[in-house]
Design a protein around this ligand. Structure first.
Ligand SMILES: C[S@@+](CC[C@H](N)C(=O)[O-])C[C@H]1O[C@@H](n2cnc3c(N)ncnc32)[C@H](O)[C@@H]1O
Length: 292
């Protein structure tokens, strides 16, 4: 069933200030996704956390955030236990930044991360690397992204973001956990949001963790039978691995498919008699195991 006009179940305001830069993050559309979660949601679980765009936007009354990347979860767990330390991590690595020193500072953080993967260096690297695309080499997990061209945000501004995010996630427990384990703790009435790695190339980007779509489908099915409501983001492109296995989803699994508006991109059209500019709405897709 396709319900593009599905009524929002709650009113979540947009929140565009990212704490971490993360490939495939959902920051721009996070409020549209959160608005489709059921109004009577008990706990919220985000099981492929990444930069936690939906979690930070929703700011749940009770939540769980998890991912399998250890240095990433070190950042989240420290945000929750000691936000001042997260501020210091960033400030120390950005200290002395100028266009002349930026490469040296970046390479220092990257070498330190590669010698000993840790949250403090990953935080600085994800904010300063090229295009915000943290890339790990498949064989040995080496972080290989070059330095970005932009100036990293001043430490004071970043500290203000840390405060915002620490407040918004004050009711969230963060755990280093595979999605299968994270699904198991969801109970009837809870909502699980899934934004899995879509393609083989993304798996490489996130550090080549084992990820199996069929396991995910199975988890969703079992969770649904216990009364857990699940929302799954899929990208609309035909190349996506998820798109390919869509045919394998048990028919009863999803009850609603929603096109989430991301934004408008201008389409230039050439027509007889002149050029016109039209806007095209870009969509992301969300599959829900429930109908409201
Ligand atoms: C598409 S990203 C999530 C992006 C996130 N929605 C955001 O806004 O930044 C997918 C995430 O899944 C994580 N991941 C990969 N395999 C996993 C697994 N088996 N269990 C849990 N998380 C996994 C990756 O580390 C990555 O952070």
């Amino acid at each position: 069933m396709t319900l593009p006009d599905l009524k929002p179940q709650r009113v979540v305001a947009p929140f565009k200030s990212q704490l971490l830069k993360w490939i495939g993050n959902k920051q721009r559309m996070a409020h549209s996704i959160a608005n489709l979660f059921p109004g009577d949601m008990q706990a919220y679980h985000e099981v492929f956390l990444g930069s936690g765009a939906v979690l930070g936007t929703l700011a749940p009354e009770r939540g769980y955030g998890s991912d399998v990347l250890p240095p990433l979860m070190e950042i989240w767990r420290t945000l929750s236990a000691d936000p001042e330390l997260v501020k210091r991590w960033y400030a120390e690595r950005r200290e002395g930044w100028t266009p002349e020193t930026k490469l040296e500072l970046y390479e220092r953080a990257r070498a330190s991360f590669n010698a000993n993967p840790n949250g403090a260096d990953l935080l600085y690297l994800c904010r300063t690397c090229y295009g915000g695309v943290v890339r790990f080499r498949k064989g040995d997990g080496y972080m290989s992204t070059p330095c970005g061209v932009h100036s990293p945000m001043p430490a004071d501004n970043f500290a203000a973001r840390v405060d915002q995010w620490a407040f918004r996630t004050r009711n969230v427990q963060f755990d280093l956990m595979d999605f299968r384990q994270a699904f198991e703790r969801a109970e009837s009435g809870d909502v699980v949001y899934c934004d899995p790695p879509y393609t083989d190339s993304q798996t490489i980007l996130y550090g080549a963790q084992a990820f199996n779509l069929h396991d995910l489908i199975e988890q969703i099915d079992v969770a649904k039978s216990r009364g857990v409501r699940v929302a799954l983001s899929i990208d609309g492109t035909k190349k996506s691995g998820l798109h390919t296995v869509l045919h394998d989803f048990p028919e009863h699994l999803f009850e609603t498919e929603v096109a989430v508006t991301v934004g408008r991109s201008m389409l230039r059209r050439f027509q007889m008699g002149g050029e016109t500019l039209e806007s095209e709405v870009v969509h992301d897709r969300l599959l829900l195991t429930y109908a409201e």
